[in-house]
Design a protein around this ligand. Structure first.
Ligand SMILES: Nc1ncnc2c1ncn2[C@@H]1O[C@H](COP(=O)(O)OP(=O)(O)OP(=O)(O)O)[C@@H](O)[C@H]1O
Ligand SMILES: [Mg+2]
Length: 292
């Protein structure tokens, strides 16, 4: 059964799509059958993998509104082991169309049940909001991976996101875990980047992914060539960081499958602890030790 990971943060431009695309490609490179679901109407993940979404008639939109099965809408990519369920700008309308549908937060979860046995990983790229599309992703997911950009307002809104996770766990999806907080666009020349890493790690501890994604121009260039970075420049530092992240998650997955229990208990307490930690980091970052 696939592990379903939603890449979410309602803050815009923090590296969700870059992470969803390149983590998926890295899993595929490790020969793990992977499906990337693009549930963002901007369709950046689909376009970043070279799919021309404008004229597509089989997308996540049709799947959500129920006129098509996931099987019909999934498309292969240039990479073996990597498929995509593409998005379309029409998806903007889906949020409104499904507002009155019964169990509207569970649509994606129900639809993807049919393909869970086909993949090892299903990665969902969420839009920058906490609306119905993100709620569908969190309800379908086993875990949430939260990219956080290494910048001054890094943790802005994270408290609200953790609150949403807690509500989803209570009412929609009790098994939702926090896969990790992923620090992105790290620049070791910047004191601020280093301070964000230090503070976030000090307070959020184990919930922070060991892999930190550096700022790398190849990661920014690859989507305009319609490729994940591993196909665009396999030797780049960006490609290495996402391969490291995939390995870190694979290692954790192995541990979990080997029967390390207690995960659910830990997940239950995590949200509260993380919310407190986020406030602590936020106030530490306000202190006047930060210069330049
Ligand atoms: N590690 C990185 N190094 C350099 N550029 C990056 C890196 N990660 C992301 N970017 C660039 O930053 C911008 C925002 O990244 P991305 O689109 O992944 O964010 P997002 O959270 O998905 O945005 P949105 O909220 O709009 O969906 C993009 O131009 C992307 O190419
Ligand atoms: Mg995005």
């Amino acid at each position: 059964m696939a592990r379903v990971i939603a890449v979410a943060n309602q803050k815009g431009g923090v590296g969700k799509t870059t992470t969803a695309v390149n983590l998926s490609a890295s899993f595929a490179a490790a020969e793990q059958p992977t499906l990337l679901i693009d549930i963002d109407p901007q369709a950046n993940a689909s376009n970043g993998l070279g799919i021309k979404t404008r004229d597509l008639e089989k997308t996540v939109y049709e799947v959500l509104v129920g006129t098509m099965s996931v099987h019909e809408a999934v498309v292969p990519t240039d990479m073996p082991h990597l498929d995509v369920l593409p998005s379309h700008i029409n998806l903007v309308g889906a949020e409104i169309e499904i507002v009155d549908v019964k169990n509207r937060e569970r649509l994606l979860a129900e639809r993807i049940n049919a393909i869970r046995s086909k993949y090892k990983f299903v990665i969902i790229d969420c839009p920058p909001s906490l609306g119905l599309l993100t709620l569908n992703a969190l309800t379908a997911a086993d875990s949430i991976l939260v990219p956080v950009q290494c910048e001054y307002y890094a943790l802005e809104g994270l408290g609200q996101l953790l609150n949403t996770i807690s509500i989803v766990r209570k009412h929609l999806n009790p098994r939702l875990e926090i896969e990790g907080v992923l620090l992105t666009m790290y620049d070791n020349r910047l004191r601020l980047s280093n301070q964000v890493v230090q503070e976030v790690t000090r307070h959020l501890g184990e919930k922070v992914c060991k892999t930190i994604i550096g700022r790398n121009v190849r990661l920014a260039e690859a989507p305009s060539h319609g490729k994940p970075v591993i196909l665009y420049d396999a030797l780049s530092i960006g490609a290495k960081h996402y391969l490291d992240l995939a390995q870190e998650i694979l290692d954790r997955e192995k541990l979990r499958l080997s029967g390390a229990n207690g995960t659910m208990i830990e997940a239950a307490t995590t949200v509260q602890a993380a919310t407190a930690a986020v406030s602590a980091v936020a106030s530490a970052m306000q202190e006047p030790t930060v210069k330049g």
